[in-house]
Design a protein around this ligand. Structure first.
Ligand SMILES: CC(C)(COP(=O)(O)OP(=O)(O)OC[C@H]1O[C@@H](n2cnc3c(N)ncnc32)[C@H](O)[C@@H]1OP(=O)(O)O)[C@@H](O)C(=O)NCCC(=O)NCCS
Length: 231
């Protein structure tokens, strides 16, 4: 049984939507909400911290250095689209991750080609899972899982029928735990002739909605998160 318990509180108004949940084991409350522009400095700090710690078993320092920026970076488009979540513990940004209805499969938005921003067709194209990074102090405490549930719920609500992502080797077990299949292993070219091994993974959604067995489904009305306006 998961150590994370659903509390479910809730939402004051649509622009301030937050879901709170309690880690019963640690007696800690986390808040899940949509990211806003005001989060960009904290996200910019979290991403390298997460990468250098949680990917160190899989990639060399040189690979991580080269990938930070072009592959691992803040994607402001996800924030603007209202498809990027953060989890906070008090004032600490404990994790982030999101989904996308645009073609791009990974990377920050800097220098992105226009074709990568093209909107996908929910009937024919898979939605994307994008840019999950958890603070090393909060790893393996269900934060990635919680954000995945929120993303899959929102993707199902947007009428997509399948989901695709490009996983790091560090991320692969999280997505495998959500029944994503590895469909292709390949290497992304990085500066300096380096290569980054990654895995393309895919999942078909069941029926009209999400995985009905999902025990942490968001309360009614919560999946249509909109950008929170308060600073
Ligand atoms: C991948 C990442 C987001 C996972 O976040 P997390 O909050 O630690 O994951 P969770 O605690 O929600 O794990 C959920 C499940 O995923 C699997 N999982 C996650 N991390 C795992 C690991 N290091 N080893 C084995 N299984 C793992 C387990 O099945 C886990 O369930 P369990 O803890 O009950 O066994 C985090 O490791 C991370 O930020 N890595 C660095 C950045 C990165 O590579 N991101 C992926 C981009 S594609």
């Amino acid at each position: 049984m998961s150590a994370i318990g659903q509390i479910a509180l809730h939402v004051t108004d649509a622009d301030r939507a937050e879901a709170f949940y309690l880690d019963f084991a640690a007696g800690v409350t986390f808040a899940l909400r949509l990211a806003g522009e005001q989060d960009i400095p904290a996200l910019s700090a979290l991403i390298p911290l997460s990468v250098r710690s949680l990917q160190a078993a899989h990639y060399s320092t040189a690979q991580m250095d080269a990938a930070l920026g072009p592959v691992f970076g803040v994607d402001r488009e996800l924030i603007r689209d209202g498809t990027y979540f953060v989890v906070e513990h008090g004032r600490v940004l404990a994790g982030c991750g999101g989904w996308s209805r645009r073609r791009s499969l990974f990377g920050g938005d800097a220098g992105r080609a226009a074709a990568e921003a093209e909107l996908l067709d929910p009937v024919h194209d898979p939605a994307r899972i994008r840019a999950f990074f958890v603070h090393p102090d909060y790893a393996r405490r269900g934060i990635g899982r919680r954000i995945m549930h929120a993303c899959e719920q929102a993707i199902a609500d947007a009428q997509f029928r399948s989901i695709e992502l490009v996983a790091t080797l560090a991320g692969e077990p999280l997505y495998a735990a959500f029944s994503y299949d590895a469909v292709e292993r390949y290497e992304l070219p990085l500066a300096g002739g380096l290569m980054l091994p990654v895995v393309r993974m895919a999942k078909r959604l069941q029926g009209p909605g999400l995985d009905q067995a999902n025990p942490t489904r968001l309360p009614a009305g919560m999946s249509g998160f909109r950008r929170r306006l308060r600073p």
